[in-house]
Design a protein around this ligand. Structure first.
Ligand SMILES: Cc1cc2nc3c(=O)[nH]c(=O)nc-3n(C[C@H](O)[C@H](O)[C@H](O)COP(=O)(O)O)c2cc1C
Length: 144
């Protein structure tokens, strides 16, 4: 069972969520690799059973170019993609909040609703990550 967490983060919020997920999965005894989009060298996603894909949302609900490039590099739609995102409701309210994560989840026909975190996950939102992860992990454990 191999899991990859690939994420893009400029100011650290999405990285915090990625790290939180990483630590939880490690605690569960799972093997997890991290891939920082736009920084780390090419990764062969086909070697992994699950992809956790994290992004923030950019100008008016846009997906950052680096994430679009990553999606192109991957080149196919893996079966198990769980999407997480961070955003800020100050940039267009609920309609645009974490729009990039929503779009990616639809693109990959994700089995799970995208996790949407407002800015930093530190504090009460950590419980939301745990709740979301429980749903994904049910699937991961039945696979294992
Ligand atoms: C110019 C700009 C535009 C943004 N537009 C949106 C947006 O449309 N929707 C949203 O949810 N967040 C938007 N955000 C907020 C970021 O997605 C949010 O701060 C995110 O947590 C940043 O992630 P990072 O710390 O991992 O880089 C915007 C931020 C900036 C600076």
């Amino acid at each position: 069972m191999n899991i990859l967490i690939a994420y893009l983060s400029y100011s650290g919020n999405t990285e915090e969520v990625a790290t939180f997920i990483h630590n939880r999965l490690i605690d569960d005894g799972l093997h997890v690799d991290m891939h920082e989009i736009g920084i780390d060298p090419f990764v062969d996603v086909s070697r992994y059973d699950y992809l956790f894909l994290g992004t923030f949302t950019w100008e008016e609900g846009a997906t950052p170019d680096e994430v679009k490039d990553f999606v192109r590099e991957v080149g196919y739609k893996p079966e198990n993609v769980a999407v997480f995102g961070t955003g800020d409701t100050q940039f267009g309210g609920d309609a645009l909040f974490c729009k990039a994560a929503e779009k990616l989840a639809i693109f990959y026909n994700s089995k799970w609703e995208p996790l949407k975190i407002e800015q930093s996950p530190r504090g009460y939102q950590e419980q939301r990550i745990d709740y979301w992860l429980e749903g994904v992990l049910q699937d991961v454990k039945s696979f294992a």
